[in-house]
Ligand binder design. Structure first.
Ligand SMILES: Cc1cc2nc3c(=O)[nH]c(=O)nc-3n(C[C@H](O)[C@H](O)[C@H](O)COP(=O)(O)OP(=O)(O)OC[C@H]3O[C@@H](n4cnc5c(N)ncnc54)[C@H](O)[C@@H]3O)c2cc1C
Length: 295
């Protein structure tokens, strides 16, 4: 095998292990370790555009049966890392337990991207504009990663440590996500704002999970993406709103608290001012909608 840096994907030494043990053994040794490759919808673009150098080796995770699980397990939904966005959309288990994740997956690219792109790839890519992040964060679930040393669980809320950085070690791959389902009476809402209706990269997107009974907020979790280096939970706002009645005064204060508690980025997609204003409106809208009777 040539040691010159590959210039095209055809020159990359790509392994297709069929068991998790084989994949982890390849990842364990620096001489055989390669870039994990799932659907390639981020990597191919990044390699071709030069954002990332073409790697010497890639290790496909697409043929590992353990990474394709979708199952309900007690109060959790367990999703393998190689589950595609389309499989998430179509799964009755995910529709019942994680409705916001289903709605988010439905907004990712078009059908072609949804058919190739995976939840593990989206999460490991660690883009602040990754549309699945808010729906995963509001579950307070776990990302399970594996290496030859064994498995460990990382809370979703601690997985992204900075812009495009994760808590994974170089020899680890994501194997699955363990995500608590919505409890009785809880609902979830997903909202994405982009420059157009379809195939848009988000300016701001967010998810909430909550329960409002007799006009009073009993539980509320909210996460917002595309406004900072990583997706963020608005924990102070979550604490403040629980126990509050849903009325105009509280909603006005909520909107103001959200906008003043964030420090949005400005980039090619949006200004910081717009993101600050619209995030307040979005979270207000979440609570208003949760207060409405379910469809
Ligand atoms: C035209 C187009 C439109 C898009 N639209 C959207 C959109 O609207 N919203 C959105 O959020 N995204 C969008 N994307 C981005 C992309 O589709 C998603 O991020 C996708 O989920 C990535 O998954 P993948 O399987 O293709 O990952 P890959 O490209 O295979 O990998 C991405 C990263 O994850 C790593 N990786 C993959 N699997 C694992 C694993 N199991 N363990 C550890 N590391 C792993 C890879 O090494 C790489 O760093 C779009 C992409 C394109 C090309």
């Amino acid at each position: 095998m040539s040691t010159a840096a590959p210039k095209t994907f055809e020159e990359v030494d790509c392994a297709f292990p069929e068991t998790l043990a084989d994949a982890l053994a390849l990842m364990a040794d620096e001489k055989t370790r390669g870039r994990p490759l799932a659907g390639g919808t981020d990597l191919m673009v990044q390699w071709e555009s030069g954002v990332l150098p073409m790697p010497q080796r890639a290790i496909s995770v697409k043929h590992l049966p353990e990474l394709h699980t979708i199952e309900a397990s007690g109060t959790d939904v367990v999703l393998g890392a190689a589950v595609t966005h389309m499989a998430i959309r179509r799964s009755a288990v995910v529709q019942a337990g994680l409705p916001s994740l289903v709605d988010a997956a439905a907004t990712i690219g078009g059908f072609q991207i949804q058919t190739m792109g995976t939840i593990g790839g989206s999460v490991a890519n660690a883009s602040p504009a990754g549309d699945l992040a808010p729906s995963l964060m509001i579950t307070d679930g776990q990302v399970v990663v594996a290496s030859v040393r064994g498995e460990r669980s990382i809370p979703v809320t601690e997985f992204w440590t900075d812009y495009r950085k994760t808590a994974m070690q170089p020899d680890e791959i994501i194997v699955r996500f363990v995500l608590p389902k919505i409890a009785a009476g809880e609902r979830e809402i997903w909202r994405k704002l982009g420059p157009r209706q379809a195939q848009a990269i988000s300016k701001v997107m967010g998810s909430c999970r909550g329960r409002i009974v007799d006009g009073v907020v009993e539980s509320f979790k909210v996460a917002i993406g595309s406004i900072a280096a990583t997706c963020i939970r608005l924990r102070d706002v979550e604490k403040w709103i629980v126990g509050q009645p849903v009325n105009a005064t509280v909603l006005n204060e909520l909107e103001q608290k959200v906008s003043s508690s964030i420090h949005p980025i400005a980039d090619i997609r949006s200004t910081a001012e717009y993101r600050r204003w619209v995030t307040g409106r979005m979270v207000r809208g979440f609570v208003e909608q949760l207060a409405q009777p379910a469809d």
